[in-house]
Design a protein around this ligand. Structure first.
Ligand SMILES: [Zn+2]
Length: 396
């Protein structure tokens, strides 16, 4: 049995424990409590010292395969549509070997910043071997992009075939069909995915351009679609909001991981809660692209399951999830740090269907992180969202 102690243990379930100890046996949590508590398992203790032992972080929305596109971040201030176009262009010009090396480095960054699980959006599926070998728990959202409804069935058929091939090749990382966004995937394809219980993930209500495109048409986005060769597709704006639109197609379903939800009104927040949708917010990415900030306190008050993601390095400066926790704390100082830490751990784990991660509880998987502190701290949860905390994974 491995006994780990620290100045603080934040178990996720229950309040922080000062002078805490967690016992790990065969990769599972065997015991958690105070170092001096009755019933504590006997044995040599590995003391991590000043700082916080916490459940490993869960990044619920990331695009590892875009890690070579950090230069596109600089275009973030030009507006959402211009940023998307820059990303698409740069991606088409990239050197595959460089892209793969950057993906590998990004996986390392996740691991060195205390992340143990990732919801990874991918169109190319070129790095599943890296994820398999990484030691991370990962779920890959295989993101379909198809605006032309005439291609819906072919795209879906091809995607199903690829997922089946991947399973046959013995890839362990689960791959689930997902959709990019309401403005880039045809309603026909969204309906087809919904009929099969999907999509597993989508970008939703991220920008004003998206909201406008569905409400009344958006000249800038329509022009971009034209440049992408799908200008011939006729699309009558449904004259509704993104979340209502998706619900009308049957695509808001329990377990859907909807990224962003910056623009959701009170009725939509209630709808997301009712449908059992997980919302993955990415506050640093949102700030970088100037799209606004999701109404997190209001979503939590409505009962929405909110988790946290970094988004890709094309919009976020790092894949350090605690920096997004800190960004959220800066945006909403009145939001309880415990709620933010829960978003970064337990709720993210449930969003990815990894319920045995996300808290330090007896029987759960021992996937832990430690954030060292330079001096004694009185408020471990506040420390975790302060921007000063740097977590690393704890090997046990
Ligand atoms: Zn994204």
């Amino acid at each position: 049995m491995d006994l780990l102690s620290a100045e603080w243990v934040v178990p996720g379930a229950g309040p922080p424990i000062r002078d805490g100890l967690a016992a790990v046996e065969d990769g599972r949590i065997a015991w958690v409590g105070g170092r001096g508590a009755a019933g504590r398992p006997a044995g040599a203790v590995r003391d991590l010292g000043r700082g916080v032992l916490l459940p490993g972080l869960v990044n619920a929305h990331c695009h590892l395969e875009l890690s070579h596109l950090a230069a596109v971040r600089e275009q973030g201030h030009q507006g959402f549509v211009a940023w998307v176009e820059a990303l698409v262009e740069r991606r088409s010009l990239a050197d595959p070997a460089d892209a793969r090396a950057r993906t590998e480095a990004a996986i390392d960054e996740l691991k060195t910043t205390g992340t143990v699980a990732v919801g990874d959006v991918s169109n190319a599926l070129g790095h599943l071997d890296l994820l398999d070998a990484s030691g991370l728990a990962a779920v890959v959202f295989y993101e379909l992009l198809a605006w032309d409804p005439a291609r819906s069935e072919a795209v879906l058929e091809d995607a199903r075939r690829r997922v089946a091939d991947i399973a046959r090749q013995g890839v362990r990382t689960p791959v689930r069909l997902a959709a990019h966004a309401p403005y880039s995937v045809s309603p026909a394809l969204l309906r087809s995915l919904a009929r099969e219980g999907g999509p597993a993930a989508i970008h939703l209500a991220e920008s004003e351009a998206e909201r406008r495109f569905l409400a009344e048409g958006d000249a800038e986005w329509s022009a971009f679609l034209g440049r992408r060769g799908v200008g011939h597709v006729s699309f009558a704006p449904p004259r509704t909001t993104p979340a209502r639109y998706l619900d009308g197609l049957g695509a808001l379903h329990p377990g859907l991981v909807a990224a962003h939800c910056v623009h959701v009104d009170a009725d939509e927040r209630a709808l997301l809660a009712r449908r059992g949708v997980f919302v993955a917010v990415c506050p640093r990415s949102n700030r970088r692209l100037g799209v606004g900030i999701p109404p997190v306190p209001e979503m939590l008050a409505a009962g929405v399951e909110v988790c946290l993601g970094t988004d890709s390095l094309a919009s976020a400066e790092s894949l350090d999830l605690l920096q997004d926790a800190a960004a959220l704390h800066r945006e909403f100082p009145a939001l309880e740090p415990a709620a933010i830490v829960r978003m970064a751990t337990a709720t993210g784990a449930r969003a990815l269907g990894l319920g045995d991660l996300g808290s330090i509880e007896r029987g759960k998987r021992a996937a832990l992180a430690f954030a060292p502190a330079p001096r004694a701290i009185d408020d471990p949860l506040g420390f975790l969202v302060s921007g000063d905390a740097r977590a690393r994974r704890v090997e046990s």
